[in-house]
Structure formats: C-alpha cells, structure tokens
Design a protein around this ligand. Structure first.
Ligand code: GDG
Length: 734
C-alpha cells in the first residue's frame, strides 16, 4: 500500500472551475468526471490553467469561498496565448491526429512554439509548489512536454503522466512533424499510463520508430532515465452515480420524460460531445437503416440524442453541426408523422440529474465513436440502471471501454448494417439476460472505481525508484555554485580544465565531421590557453587527427581515443599510452565491421588508431538497430580472447583497446604532471566520462555531467550551451 500522507498534485490543462458573476461553476467532460470521482485519503492539489485578463483577484477570492476537499491552484494565462496553445495546437493538431483524423490537422509553427512555452510555464509554476514528498500526476495531451521540463527542474520528484485519449498506430503518429519532441517530452515522466493495452503497444512502436530506442518489457530507457509504462483504464465514482440516479429529482424528471413520450416503447440514447470523433453521423445512418429494415418499429422507437456543444466557433465543428442538423431533419422528415418524432435531438448541456434521468429512462445506450480513449458515458449508463429493468449498451469497438465492458454489444460503427441489427437485437433481449449482463458490468464498476484507477496508478508511481540524483544543478539562470568559486579562489585562480568534446563543447551532430567548435568556444579556449594560470586538456573519443585539426594552434593538452594517445603541449609531441596489441585484433574486427557497413545503408566504419567504430546514425532505424545487436554479439564472441572492449554508444558500436579509458588516462596524467596547486574541473556528457568522474572524485576534483542522466559526477548541467556559459563565467572570475 502507498503512503496516505503524500500529497498528490494533479495537473490538467484547465481547472474544472470557472467563475461567472462571482459564482463558481463546475465544468464537465470525461477528464473532469474521472478526476473528481477520485475519493482519496491523500490530500489533493489540482493545478491547471485559467485563461483571462485581469481575473486573478476575482478568481482567487471566489476560490477562497469554495468548500472542497480538493485544493485548487490556478495558473493564470492571457487569453491570446491560451487560444494559440489550446485551439491552435492541442485541438488543431494533437486531438485529430491522436484520433486518426489526419485530414483535420492544421499545422502552424507559431502555435507549436506557444505549446512549448505554455508547457514550460506550467512546469516552472509547478516547480515552485512541489514539496519533498509530493507526487505529481499530469493529465492528457495538452501537457505532453511538461514531464520533461519539470524533470529538469525537479529531478527527484516522482512524475506520472496519463493519456486520456487514444495513442494511434506508428504510421499515423509518425506524420506529426514534432513527433520526436512530443515523445521526448512525455518520456520525462517516471510512469506513463494508458486506458488500453493497444495504446501502450502503439506508443512503444512509435518510440522505437521515431526515437530508435528499443524498450524492454514495460519500460523505456531514454537519456539514461527509465520510464515505466502501464495500462490503467479510467473509471467513475460508482456511489455518486448511484445516488444521483436514485434521487427524487431524477425520479421526477424521469416521470416527465415518460409522460412526454408515452407512445414510445423503446428509447435509444446517445450522449456525446458534438465532436467528429464521436461518430454521431454513423449513428444516425445506422438508425435510418434500422427504421428501413424493421418498419414494425416505426412509431414505437425513438433515438434521444444529447449532443453537448464543443468548440462551437471552429469551422469544422460548425460544418459538423450543420451536417448532423440536416441528417436529423432528413430522417425525421422521412419517418416522422403528426404523432411521431423518430429522433429527439438536443444540442445543449443538461444538469447531472437530467443526465441521470436520461440514462435511467433509455432502454439502450448507443455509442458509435470512431475513436474514443475510453468513453465514460457507457460506464455511467451501466451504473445508473435500475435493477428491475436495466438497459443494454451497444458499444463501438474503437473505444477503450470495450476492453473491460465484457457484456456490452460490440459493434464496428462503420458497419451501419451491423449496428442496425445490433439495435434490433438489443431491444429484443429478454429481461433476465439484460439483468445478467448489467449485473456483471455493474459489479465490475462497483469494485473498479475512479478511486481504484487513481490508487493503482499512484501506487505504481510511488513504487518507482527515482534514481537518487544527489547531483547539484548548475544553471545559467543562477550563478556558479559558491563551492566551485571557493575552490578556484583557494587555488589562487590556478585551474586545470578537463573537457570532453562532442556533446560538451559542441552539440551532437548527425554527421560527426560537422561537429565543429563555434567561434565563441574557440575564443574561450584560446583565452584560457594563453593564461599562465589555466591548463586545458581535451579528453575525447575522437582520433588524434581530428583533435589536431580542431586545436592546432591552441596551447592545450589533447587526449585522443579515450586517452590512448596524448599530445604534450609543452613538447608539441604525440605519445601512445596503450600497449600496442592492435595487430592481434584490429584487422579481423575491421573485416567484420566493414561487412556490416556494406549490409546496412548509410552506415560506415570509422578507423581510429586503437579503436574502430561502426556508425549507423543515418541508417533505417529498425534494421540498423537489429544489425547493431548482431554486430556486438559477433564481436564479443570472436574477440573474447583479445584485450578489447565492445561498447554500444549513441547509434554506434565501438571496439577499442581495453586500456584506452578516460579514468586510466587521468590517473596517468595526474601522476605524470604536478597539478597539486590547481583546482581541477572535469566536464563531460557521455558514458565514457564516468570513469573520468570517478577517478577525479577520488582526487577531490569538481565533476560536472552534461545532460539529465544519472552519473558519478557531483554537479550536472542541462546542455552544452550551459558549458560555454559556465566557462565564460569562470573566465570572468579569473
Ligand atoms: C475524454 C476522452 C475518455 C456530457 N454531456 C454532459 C455531461 N457530460 C459528461 C458525461 C461524461 C463526460 O461528460 C464525457 O466523457 P467521455 O469519456 O464520454 O468523453 P470525453 O469528454 O471526450 O473525454 C474519453 C475521457 O476523457 C476520460 O479519460 O473516456 O475517451 O475523449 O462524464 O457524463 N455532463 C453533464 N451534462 C451534460 O450535458 N452534467
């Protein structure tokens, strides 16, 4: 069981509360139903955006008056910014794409930028709220980048993410131009939850295809951070729906409904937001087919469709509304009589009691969603049924709910003939069978409530072991940590800088030959190199020719191939530090690697003096990754008696002399030269820098890791641009 004291910070796009004329109004929708249904012993703080100008004071004053178990934390945002982020990106790009409706997608670069900014803003705002044992649970596609931004600021905080909508297949998702950013963003979470296993599977295949990462089991490792995946179907608060359905108000409303339609024997109900994903058009077509095929039911059956308004100002939605209005009019015109209206259609919101009355009144609930993450309406309908005469659910197979509502009649909504027959079947099911079906599903929902959903998710999140990041964060938004400043001052500004190259002094490029120093970096290194007090040593996996070209005229030490070769700046000479075993393994390893280079398009072999690399960063991901595993196995098998290491890096397999190691090099370097009067700082970004950090930590040096991954270093920075900022700051100090 989990700790009931921990506060849950729930984050969603909007807060579920709006202030109108000094009054707080609660919103509706699936996400709100699921979250407000949670009855938890843990204190909950719900954070979300509140768009509007100059509304802070009124909103906060109204919130103060609100009596609620949940605490609310509004994040205020200007309407214009909200519009670009919410309508411009969430609803014009993500919503249709995630629901397979790619023809509705409208890209606009500036809206994407606003989406990034707003996600960043939310993460920053949250970071000021989060206390030590808080657990953060972020909801839905509006906030896909928040996990990454928040993890950066709060690496020790447990962050969960839940997707309320479907995750589409890779072939759809890959169309998204910013697919990689979206995946990288959400992978900042420690746990990602989906309604259905199929969504999880598609997510995994997209991670594989887009990012080229191979997840193991239910876990993904990205940037050395582990993200767990899980299936947690959302649910509703059983008690609340039971209570409303049994209330007097609901009973009165139901009587009213019955009186107004006393000649109708069967009522088919539809409750959907008027959205193209909900398939109301297909429902109407199927109902029309039903009335054609089963004329005996004309005059005796009615479709009661509640379509709640959504995005009413958007052209696509206006068109959709016109289309539905016309179809309803046409069917009513075709089959209606002076006493009979085949479709009762409401484009409106109803109160919870009115909704409960509709649920209780209807004989069949018809859900024809083209895609629907879950569909809570189906769950609400089941729970609201009267035991004496329960109704039947016809449920689209494209909803998440279909996986656990075992007794619903499952249909493919595109097959309108099948749906028409399903209606006929549903209204003819004997009472005992309807009761049996309803009991099974009701029992399931009695035990599996919104609280169970949240507890299961949070339990799993709490069990997640956040790798204890004791590393202190160095950020260009603050100053250089005092301990570093003191260490430099204590050594009278004498300093030895040990700097990795790729990913530290330059960004990682898809073509390694293009990873060159910027002018800013060159100037800095030059400035350090001419100072008597500062020594610089570049320690890289690159070969000596490359380093020579890059640092030709600088007075710096160079360690090439992870320290296999060393350039002594005072003597202007290179020396080899590893024993030359090369003759024994080099030629056969090269032959194997060249074979792989011939086999995998755009892959190539880089020959160094004491190492060989097979690079596949520009090759077809799946195929190359598969071959990389094969190559590694083959090299390990065939070279097992030689003094070599085979390592897999970022889209590279490398075989190298085992004594070429940055830690080993550093030990030699510090023994050979006397740096005891200098403060020593090492900065690096990849796995090969870890041995260097460990060695330097035991020599009381300062070690700095670039990137979010766990590391032996004492400090960490976010990216290579922070390294340049840091070095400039040091330069100013000297
Ligand atoms: C998203 C996903 C997923 C509707 N009209 C009225 C009203 N409602 C309430 C219903 C229900 C909710 O809104 C609709 O929930 P759904 O789950 O059916 O759909 P979305 O809003 O699209 O929700 C969905 C859900 O998130 C949860 O994860 O299931 O797939 O798209 O609770 O009762 N409530 C009131 N008046 C109305 O007129 N009072």
């Amino acid at each position: 069981m989990f700790d009931k004291k921990n506060r849950w910070i729930i984050v969603s796009n909007r807060l579920p509360l709006e202030v109108k004329n000094d009054e707080i109004i609660r919103g509706s929708g699936g996400l709100i139903t699921a979250i407000t249904g949670i009855d938890s012993a843990n204190p909950i703080l719900w954070a979300g955006l509140v768009p509007g100008e100059d509304i802070e004071n009124d909103y906060l004053a109204s919130l103060k008056k609100l009596k609620d178990k949940i605490q609310y934390h509004p994040i205020f945002i200007k309407k214009k910014e909200y519009h670009k982020y919410y309508n411009g990106f969430c609803n014009d790009v993500l919503w249709p794409l995630l629901h397979y409706e790619t023809e509705y997608v409208r890209y606009d670069l500036s809206n994407w930028k606003t989406y990034i900014d707003v996600n960043k803003k939310i993460a920053r705002n949250l970071s000021t709220l989060i206390a030590k044992d808080d657990i953060v649970w972020i909801h839905d596609f509006h906030l896909l980048l928040v996990p990454k931004f928040l993890k950066k600021i709060k690496p020790n905080c447990k962050i969960g993410f839940f997707l309320h909508v479907p995750f589409p297949s890779y072939e759809i998702f890959r169309q998204l131009p910013m697919a990689n950013h979206i995946l990288e963003g959400v992978l900042g979470a420690d746990l990602i939850g989906f309604h259905d296993y199929s969504y999880l599977r598609y997510f995994v295949s997209s991670v594989r295809g887009v990012l080229g990462i191979y997840p193991t089991k239910m876990q993904i490792e990205f940037n050395q951070h582990q993200t767990k995946l899980g299936v947690f179907p959302a649910s509703i608060n059983y008690q609340i729906f039971r209570e409303i359905s049994k209330s007097q108000e609901t009973a009165l409303l139901m009587d009213k409904w019955k009186q107004s339609s006393f000649e109708i024997e069967k009522v088919i109900l539809g409750v959907d937001r008027l959205d193209y994903t909900k398939g109301i058009d297909l429902k109407l077509k199927a109902y029309e087919v039903f009335l054609e095929k089963y004329p005996q039911w004309r005059g005796r059956i009615q479709l009661l469709q509640l379509a709640t308004p959504t995005r009413t100002e958007v052209p696509e939605y206006i068109n959709l509304k016109n289309e539905i209005d016309m179809a309803v009019g046409r069917i009513n015109g075709k089959f209606g009589t002076a006493n009979y209206v085949p479709i009762k259609y409401m484009f409106n919101f109803v109160t919870p009691s009115e909704l409960a009355a509709l649920y209780a009144h209807a004989d069949v609930l018809l859900v024809t969603s083209k895609r629907d993450g879950m569909n809570l309406v189906a769950l609400e309908y089941i729970v609201s049924q009267n035991n004496d005469d329960p109704g039947v659910v016809i449920l689209s197979e494209f909803t998440g709910a279909v996986s656990h509502l075992s007794e619903a009649i499952s249909i493919n909504p595109w097959n309108i003939y099948e749906t028409a027959d399903a209606i006929f079947h549903a209204i003819n099911i004997p009472l005992s069978e309807k009761a049996r079906k309803n009991n099974i599903m009701k029992k399931f929902l009695f035990n599996y409530t919104a609280t169970t959903w949240a507890q299961r998710f949070m339990q799993e999140l709490e069990a997640y072991k956040v790798v204890d990041q004791k590393m202190r964060h160095i950020s260009s938004e603050e100053n250089i940590p005092l301990e570093i400043q003191t260490a430099i001052k204590n050594h009278h500004n004498n300093l030895l800088l040990l700097l990795d190259y790729d990913g530290t002094l330059t960004p990682i490029r898809s073509e390694p030959s293009k990873a060159l120093l910027t002018l800013r970096a060159r100037r800095l290194i030059h400035k350090f190199a001419i100072t008597q007090k500062v020594d610089v040593c570049i320690i890289s996996g690159r070969d000596r020719d490359f380093l020579k070209r890059q640092f030709e005229n600088y007075n710096v030490y160079l360690a090439a191939e992870h320290g296999a070769q060393f350039y002594n700046k005072s003597k202007g000479k290179w020396m080899t530090l590893v024993t030359d075993h090369k003759k024994k393994w080099y030629a056969s390893a090269l032959k194997i690697m060249l074979d792989f280079a011939n086999m995998v398009p755009s892959s190539y072999v880089e020959r160094k003096d004491y190492a060989i690399c097979w690079h596949y960063r520009n090759s077809p991901v799946e195929f190359a990754r598969y071959q990389a595993v094969k190559l590694r196995n083959e090299l390990e098998e065939l070279m097992r008696n030689y003094p070599v290491n085979v390592i897999s890096g970022k889209k590279v397999v490398e075989i190298k002399d085992h004594s070429a190691n940055k830690g080993v090099f550093l030990r030699w370097f510090l023994n050979r030269y006397d740096f005891s009067d200098k403060a020593i700082i090492a900065i690096g970004d990849d796995a090969t820098d870890e041995s260097l950090f460990k060695e330097l930590n035991s020599n009381k040096g300062i070690t700095i890791k670039v990137g979010a991954a766990n590391s032996a270093a004492t400090y960490r920075m976010d990216e290579h641009t922070d390294v340049l900022w840091f070095l400039e700051k040091i330069d100013q100090m000297l």
